[in-house]
Design a protein. Structure first.
Length: 258
């Protein structure tokens, strides 16, 4: 199992070695590389120096300044949306080609799920609000992140993250039915699982996923999204909740045995 691949196609090609299946929990795209500002889509388009300025603003609390700066960068391009889609498709070609069969994948918030169907093939399954049987267990998949209440999207933005309302997430969780392994991109709403100790702030967690865990008691809940969580594992009743790790940096999959 891997999550938060963020462009690491080389390690992804080895992730399924020796496994019966590879499970990918989203965030394939490397949009902003905070470790190497020359990489990622922003690095490719604007260069390391400008990404460095954006990264510094992003780490702070001046959200209005951050938004204004990135908007000024996009406004300098003639057709920013086409530039981004071309870069996203280039990464997807490399990443989906690296997936070994069988792979079961769900998108993260830093993904463009409308592009995923063109990369599905024999042995590579794209699932969201669906379930699949793997090794005799039922795995349910619900991707994406959560939308901030009251968020109004800019229709002219060059790219949209995959965000859904809690109601939409709850619907996806319901559609998959009862499962043995709950696979989401974001964690259930448990403070130890949502708090990032490096960013020093909580990330979004799903109330719907937590409710499903309490109500249906799957064996495991697996997810990513929080790169440096306060706790990687927390037991909620019968269910072992596990952050499978920041794969871009570790290059190591989480192995689930049963």
């Amino acid at each position: 199992m891997v999550s938060d691949v963020h462009g690491n196609a080389e390690a992804l090609a080895r992730a399924g070695d020796g496994a019966d299946a590879l499970v990918v929990l989203g965030d394939l795209i490397d949009f902003v590389d905070y470790y190497d500002h020359s990489k990622g889509i922003l690095g490719r388009v604007f260069g390391a120096e400008k990404v460095g300025i954006f990264a510094e603003l992003r780490r702070g609390t001046r959200r209005a300044d951050t938004a204004s700066y990135i908007r000024s960068l996009w406004d300098g391009l003639a057709d920013a949306r086409s530039v981004v889609e071309e870069a996203v498709l280039e990464q997807y070609h490399a990443l989906f080609s690296a997936m070994s069969a069988p792979t079961y994948a769900t998108p993260g918030n830093v993904d463009s799920p409308h592009l995923w169907p063109q990369f599905a093939r024999d042995g590579v399954h794209v699932l969201d609000g669906e379930a699949a049987e793997i090794g005799g267990l039922r795995f349910g998949f619900a991707g994406g992140g959560l939308m901030v209440p009251g968020l109004v999207r800019n229709p002219n933005a060059p790219w949209f993250p995959y965000l859904r309302t809690e109601e939409d997430m709850a619907s996806a969780l319901e559609r998959m039915g009862q499962v043995d392994v709950l696979c989401t991109h974001i964690p259930p709403l448990v403070p130890e699982l949502t708090y990032d100790v490096v960013a020093r702030r909580p990330e979004w967690g799903s109330r719907g996923a937590l409710d499903k865990i309490v109500r249906e008691r799957p064996r495991w809940s697996v997810f990513g999204h929080v790169h440096q969580p306060l706790a990687r594992r927390v037991r909620v009743g019968y269910t072992e909740c596990v952050n499978v790790g920041h794969f871009q940096r570790s290059g190591k999959p989480h192995v689930l045995n049963w």
